[in-house]
Design a protein around this ligand. Sequence first.
Ligand code: FES
Length: 73
Amino acid sequence: MIVCHCRVVTDRTVAGAVEAGARSLGAVCRSTGAGQDCGACVFSLKRLVCEHGGAPVPALSAPAHLEVDVAAS
Ligand code: FES
């Protein structure tokens, strides 16, 4: 199944990249070329990386200037 239509990258290619040592989303993108155009495939790529034993994707955090100091409020 094609995961990244822009670069025509399949789920098998992503799985192969993880098995070959690409353990993060960035590493998979660099090694396969996926996710580097429109970005529509990124969530599918993240899921595949996790399913095939890659590192969990770090949670996004708010920029420091947007964090709320609960103790001060
Ligand atoms: S579908 Fe993967 S970059 Fe566009």
